[in-house]
Design a protein around this ligand. Structure first.
Ligand code: ATP
Ligand code: MG
Length: 603
């Protein structure tokens, strides 16, 4: 399903009094210059606006403004998690490596895992997430079915040694995450995993709606339980790293790894287009170079990827050959679903030893050994003048024809959707519609884990009938610091950040044109107190700076409403009122109306 927020909810809490801060007494080091390594708007603007500062690669300070915004996100996350029945706790960031060994994640996480050795030589990891730590805790604390279902969460710093930390808060090596874990005895029914998952799904919709973000919920690679067991929450934004595909007619939305493609006609019969023609194609890395050399388009080439079962077995073939059109990408998950077991790219050395001429493999290579051939419908077209590898180093062939050249092996083949979806592909949910592509930033991810971790930790509980049951888990993450950055990606202009009220560090900024005038200051204080009484957070710019500098900075830090106190308007018993994002100068409003005008603008 897709959810787009239409109206940002007001952020003014009726339960708390707002804060009043003075710019001169806090630390907001705004600058004109963008960091030299910054490309993304959130990186540039959060740094320039004095929200964050780089300490090292992927490591950032949160300055007062940045931390205020983070705390606002956290507060909404907490409220919604608590409302959904989850309980907050705090786990250590440091975990003995033995814990991660139990689930093999010390290996599976690879170089992303930060490891350290203490003075006694004991190895520990800085938590990238906390499945192991919480499973061990839950196992110790939950001994009866009567204590379930339960969902626990924390908001904490996570550590991942990202290969390429980039764009500051979007991909840090140290970042703030809300991670939640649910424990149940059944999948279906009252108190089962599905119920917990649905509650988290709804909590996430509430959270991102309240934060004022424009977001989509998309189906993501399913977990071991199958079905649509995983969803990602994506902020809609052209600068996002992730590709989302959507069918507007049906509301279907999925990330590119998961996205199904609708029916595509295929037909392996069809007459050859010419004699098989062998062409010398040495030293041409990449399909485009080869296609150029052959004088064909990449879409007229067949790409044959040599894969192997992730876990070999007698009941499985040694190799799986996945064939897609040259301009398409093989999707590992789809190949797995098509063959019914996990697959991975074959080890190159072993594949070469088995006779595959890696880089020059054609579908015919399926005859080399115990292999199955999976062909994507777009590649399974008989009448096309296909170019493909020649199963001989440095050579390709033209005019490959399925029925003529593959007659012996077609019995070993299967046609299935095995490629990544693209814009323009037929929708899997509506025969008359096509998929549309859009970019997004993953801010949340919910996942039905099943029994994976419970099995590793032998986490078994007696059910009502005194029968042992392995506990079924779900996990649910929100990138809190990434959410702040994606909000800025989604909402900024040439002058700076344009915050929705819920994430803004302050709701109202009062700019003093002349700080020497006591009556101006007194009015600023009075308005600020009234606003704070109504729940708004107020920043008073009382710096010894020119008005022009203050206006520029106000735009840069993106506070939703600006009130300016200056002589001209005051002579008319008015102040200037301006919404961030509105064009031009502000408008005058009577002093008596200023607080109402601000609150209306924030509602
Ligand atoms: P990605 O695909 O972007 O690397 P992920 O799928 O590995 O992220 P999860 O394990 O699902 O991340 O973590 C839950 C959430 O934590 C993500 O949805 C994202 O919002 C956030 N997150 C993950 N890695 C980072 C990071 N390096 N910096 C900031 N936030 C992150
Ligand atoms: Mg994820």
């Amino acid at each position: 399903m897709t959810t787009s927020t239409e109206q940002p909810a007001t952020s003014i809490s009726n339960r708390r009094r707002g804060d009043v801060s003075y710019w001169s007494k806090t630390l907001i080091p705004t600058t004109r210059d963008a960091p030299s390594d910054a490309e993304m708007p959130s990186h540039i603007l959060l740094t320039r606006a004095g929200f964050i500062r780089r300490v090292g690669a992927g490591i950032y300070d949160y300055l007062p403004l940045g931390y205020r915004s983070i705390q606002k996100i956290e507060a909404i996350v907490r409220e919604e998690m608590n409302a959904a029945g989850a309980s907050e706790l705090l786990l250590p960031a440091l975990a003995p490596i033995e814990l991660l060994k139990k689930s093999n994640r010390d290996e599976a996480y690879g170089d992303q895992l930060f490891r350290l050795t203490d003075r006694h030589g004991r190895v520990a990891a800085l938590g990238p997430t906390h499945e192991e730590v919480i499973t061990e805790l839950a196992k110790a604390g939950i001994t009866s079915y009567k204590q379930m279902p339960v969902t626990l969460y924390q908001i904490q710093t996570k550590f991942r040694d990202e290969f390429r930390p980039r764009s500051a808060l979007l991909r840090g090596r140290e970042f703030i995450m809300k991670d939640a874990y649910s424990f149940a005895l059944t999948v279906e029914g009252d108190g089962g995993l599905n119920e917990q998952y649905d509650a988290m799904y709804q909590a996430y919709v509430n959270i991102f709606t309240r934060l004022g973000l424009d977001f989509s919920v998309v189906e993501a690679e399913a977990g071991p339980i199958g079905g649509s067991a995983s969803h990602e929450f994506m902020v809609n934004c052209d600068s996002g790293e992730d590709t989302i595909l959507k069918c507007d007619a049906s509301g279907y939305a999925a990330n590119v790894e998961k996205c199904e493609i609708g029916e595509r006609a295929h037909d392996l019969s069809g007459a050859p287009t010419g004699e098989l023609e062998r062409v010398h194609t040495p030293k041409m890395p990449g399909i485009d170079l080869v296609a150029d050399h052959l004088g064909v388009d990449a879409s007229q080439m067949l790409k044959t990827i040599v894969m192997a079962p992730a876990e070999p077995g007698d009941d499985k073939p040694d190799y799986v050959l996945a064939v897609v059109r040259g301009d398409h990408e093989v999707n590992e998950g789809k190949v797995r679903d098509a063959v019914g077991f996990g697959v991975e790219l074959a080890d190159e050395k072993a594949a070469k030893a088995a006779g595959f001429k890696i880089g020059y493999v054609s579908p015919k290579a399926a005859g080399l050994c115990k292999a199955v051939l999976i062909v994507d419908p777009d590649a399974a077209q008989g009448g096309t003048a296909w170019a493909t590898g020649a199963d001989e180093y440095d050579h390709h062939v033209k005019h490959f024809n399925w029925s003529r050249d593959m007659a012996d092996h077609l019995a070993k083949s299967k046609i299935a959707d095995i490629r990544n979806a693209m814009a323009g592909d037929p929708s899997p949910r509506d025969p008359n519609s096509t998929l549309r592509a859009q970019r997004g930033i993953e801010v949340g991810h919910i996942f039905k884990l099943g029994t994976k971790y419970a099995e590793c930790f032998d986490f078994v509980v007696l059910d009502e009938n005194q029968k042992k049951q392995t506990v079924i888990m779900g996990c649910y993450g929100i990138g809190v610091s990434r959410t702040l950055a994606s909000c800025v990606e989604m909402s900024h202009d040439d002058n700076g950040i344009v915050f929705p009220p819920a994430i803004a560090p302050y709701h109202v900024e009062i700019v003093l044109m002349d700080i020497k005038k006591d009556d101006h200051r007194a009015l600023a204080d009075k308005l600020a107190q009234e606003l704070a009484d109504a729940g708004a957070d107020v920043l008073i710019d009382d710096r010894k700076e020119r008005p022009g500098v203050k206006f520029k900075d106000a735009d840069l830090i993106g506070v939703p409403v600006r009130i300016t106190i200056g002589d001209k308007a005051l002579a008319e018993r008015s102040v200037e009122f301006k919404r961030r994002g509105d064009e031009g100068k502000g408008e005058w409003t009577p002093i008596d109306n200023a607080v109402t005008a601000c609150l209306d603008a924030l509602a």
